[in-house]
Write a protein of this length. Structure first.
Lengths: 369, 369
């Protein structure tokens, strides 16, 4: 039987996460932003990067890897650029601040870039790209990650899984959104299988000898992820490392520490956000009509044998979110275990994820009709 | 015995290509820029995208796919953006113009983006990125390509091989440069093997039934390339399609025609260039020192069994260029055949690739020393 005994409404999960962050000592504004990022990610079905991450994030403050009371600081800016120092604060508010700065500047000039140094695990890269798309912009989002990925010719970890995300608004069709690790898979997918005792597919990891393995138990202390498409994923991960850690004036390569394991050290990830103002180039309605046309072209292409549908990037997430808003979410066990652990850490009732009055037996939906 | 009987100096190959373009009716300024792009690409060892492309480019003018006498036009601009209409002119001058505009604007604002619509095959995407790196900027370069790649769930071509390129300056170390198709391989690599009657490795192509094949003979009329890393390459190819064709107001998806085969129709590729002004963020010397540090970190990582060197992206190309400048280039047969064909098309002496006075038996090096 699954640990999640009934569908969880996004609003209730948000309230539970805010409660946890307030209990941990965060202020309400930052807690609200952080919960919004994590819960939105869950609604997309990207459970590896959603509220599951809140427990280790709060743990990283208790460990001293990050600073619960710090605030991000704008340390430099110009017409189309801005640099923030996260000062090891919660990464989600710092990241929303930076993407918002990029969006504001792009409104004036056509494109803008903002970096954040001295930050940590910012969750799903795609969330910040989607903030730009909601403002009728093309959004790009990148972060470096502590080294956990081999590169062609290396034995062990050299670069992080350094994700690339983008989002683009459409008209009647769903926005396009992609959020990919530059490794074959995200480390969180290895952890998700490792945590439930399952082997991983071949081609995801190398072991301590640099040889392929299906055993994730030693990872990340031992072994390394493989880059997607060999030298191509390596080259793109390096692009992300340069756009984030090097350009931001932050840490890069082996200067970044794990936010969730290993020796306790400042995490020091860096993020970079780019916003492109569509209206500078053409009327937004024309752009969206063309996005709809491209979407329909792709969707209606002849299907491969055994396939009856072609998905656009972000389409599954869009549909998952609609279902989550309407029907709530059946959170997977690996998420529930983390939320349960966080509740125990902080002395909260996990049952509150089912609604503010869940302890009394009624969900909000039942109460309202 | 190889067709290239002695090393070809880059300057001599440049002069030969300019001569061909003048004979075909191009003006000298555009011919010089185009030769520079193609010969630089050969010096990097990227022979699939170098002077080999000049014959089919000139053929595409004779066919009416492009317009030899057209000039690119600036049709819109702002503080950090510009849009050009290529009017089906030679793509290299239009692309250099657009990247130069992006660089100039980024000097003022920190980052800028420029698009070109109604263009064609612009050669190696990395060339334009490298123009920005030479100006102490981070350069990005993208182009859409006529559909020749399947996407997950499709039977035939849906998107082009839409490349992504970037270049970043370093200090004492070589600049980093990546130029990758978002397909498993570039179409030109299939053509290079097809043209010499060799099979291709498994996993590059699907046949007319959507099934994997090692037979390239029918391609591109039949079959489709596969995207790198499945949905990841698909998503990145779509990002390029949006940043180029959709954002530029140009053609996209099945609105793009092949520049080198199939029915004669306007090519209508679009390109997008982004330049990021490093000096806005930090002193360039600091940035370059950090790039050197990152390069050395990666290069000195423990090696995998059977590997004795880790290359940075662009390092092989950098070394190839040094050798080409010092010792000349042994052009591969597939390049020589194209140059020979072009010489026949235009009534030129192919022997001129060995130097202006090659017919007299002396290379310039011999003459000067």
């Amino acid at each position: 039987m699954p640990l999640c005994v009934k569908p969880v409404r996004p609003d209730d999960l948000h309230a539970f996460c805010v409660e946890a962050m307030l209990k941990a000592g965060m202020d309400r504004a930052d807690a609200d932003i952080t919960a919004e990022v994590l819960v939105a990610t869950d609604t997309w079905g990207t459970y590896t990067h959603g509220t599951k991450q809140l427990r280790p994030l709060l743990q990283s403050y208790r460990d001293g890897r990050m600073d619960l009371h710090a605030k991000p600081e704008l340390v430099g800016q110009g017409a189309s650029w801005a640099t923030f120092d996260g000062h090891h604060s919660m990464p989600m508010p710092a990241s929303v601040l930076a993407m918002t700065a990029a969006i504001d500047k792009a409104h004036q000039t056509g494109i803008a870039v903002a970096t954040v140094r001295n930050s940590g695990h910012y969750g799903a890269a795609g969330y910040y790209a989607h903030l730009a798309a909601r403002q009728d912009m093309i959004g790009l989002s990148f972060t470096n990650v502590d080294p956990c990925m081999a590169v062609p010719g290396s034995r062990g970890p050299v670069l992080g899984t350094n994700p690339i995300a983008y989002a683009v608004p459409a008209g009647d069709e769903p926005p396009v959104m992609l959020d990919i690790a530059t490794s074959v898979v995200a480390a969180s997918k290895v952890f998700a299988l490792r945590d439930v005792g399952k082997p991983i597919p071949d081609g995801w990891l190398v072991n301590a000898d640099g040889l392929p393995t299906t055993d994730p138990t030693g990872y990340p202390a031992v072994g390394a992820l493989l880059p997607m498409a060999a030298h191509k994923g390596y080259g793109l991960a390096l692009m992300v490392e340069i756009l984030t850690g090097v350009l931001s004036g932050g840490a890069f390569g082996n200067g970044i520490s794990s936010w969730g394991g290993g020796p306790v050290a400042p995490v020091s990830q860096s993020h970079t956000f780019i916003a492109i103002h569509i209206a500078a180039f053409e009327p937004v309605a024309d752009f969206k009509r063309r996005m709809d046309e491209l979407t329909r072209q792709i969707r209606s292409a002849p299907k491969a044998k055994g396939s009856d549908r072609i998905y656009l990037p972000g389409e599954m997430e869009h549909e998952s979110r609609q279902r989550a808003i309407e029907d709530g979410m059946a959170l997977p066990d690996h998420v529930m275990l983390r939320l349960q652990g966080m509740a125990e850490d902080l002395g909260l009732d996990l049952i509150r994820i089912y609604g503010q009055h869940a302890a009394g037996g009624a969900t909000r939906k039942e109460r309202h009709g």
